[in-house]
Design a protein around this ligand. Sequence first.
Ligand code: PLP
Ligand code: COI
Length: 356
Amino acid sequence: METMANKIAIEKTKSSKIHDVDFDNLSFGSVYSDHMLVCDYKNGKWSEPKVVPYQPITLDPSAKIFHYGQSIFEGMKAYKDENGKAWLFRPEENWKRLNKSAKRLAIPEIPEAYFMEGLNALIQLESDWIPQNPGSSLYIRPFVFASGNGFHASPADEYKFIIACAPSGAYFSGKVKVLIEETYSRAANGGVGYAKAGGNYAGQFYPTQLAAEKGYQQVIWTDDNTHEFIEEAGAMNVFVRINDTLMTAPTSDRILDGITRKSILDIAKDQGIKTEVRKISVHELVEAAENGSLKEMFGAGTAAVVSPISGFGYHGKDYDLPELAESYASLLKKRITDIQYNRAEDKFGWRHEVTQ
Ligand code: PLP
Ligand code: COI
């Protein structure tokens, strides 16, 4: 990695908000830390990132983000261990995926040093904002959007890359009931489903609202062509356990290549759990639910961590999953969070220390 020529400039806030925050009752992503990282793209290049007080952004009404949705983001977390040391989890994977998304949305890619050194400088400064309560962390939201102006439907000539942070608790409160989608699609072949593009989420809100009206918290997206195979959920990849085999759908043009997903697969294999990455049909799922071989389902993602699914709805019928005393979900959640919070050996080399 090329390093930056200059140390990252830091402008500190004059009035910290940290004492206004109730760290014992954190929801997800609704209070923000004191500082953010900002980096501007102008005249064909990214300026060096700087850390500034968290503040609103002013944009022209013709900024292309408003009209053409050129916007991508990442989701990651900083964790604090018992000794007060701060850690990240596989941050270079987020940088790589941000640039995969950037390329697909015709957004200029972010230099590795700007992302990694900028992130380190920001998290080091915001270290007191990393909650230490069980299950809490500092959610980190890197994002890039078209700040350049013009109604012409073409890529902008100016962009902003920002990293903002939110001390957060759990994404879901309790178990998650899902609806297997039979009408709408999240993504299509050749589309942007594999990118973390803002529009992918906007397109999910309406079908998810319809599902919520029927009592489901999330939609399980199926392939756009036949709606016969399950793909992923709104903000997480999906795992299914049939008998003792743990399976998940293969990544494709339509599925986000989740960092939690691939870590869970590696941990499961390491634990001696039989894993399969293959297409999973709704028919197979319904059959397994009916004959009792469907033991569990769970979602996996940075925000959601490992979230057990209590049951699914399909074709007007609900299928409940059993309560297991020793589920793969709880074992794998423990293993991955033990690595993230520096409570266990990290044989995979995923933990990344925030340096001073
Ligand atoms: N799928 C979607 C659509 C997501 O938004 C997310 C969340 O980032 C994931 C999967 C899980 O990805 P990761 O584990 O990298 O957070
Ligand atoms: C994440 O898990 O970080 C995500 O990006 C999900 C988000 C849509 C809340």
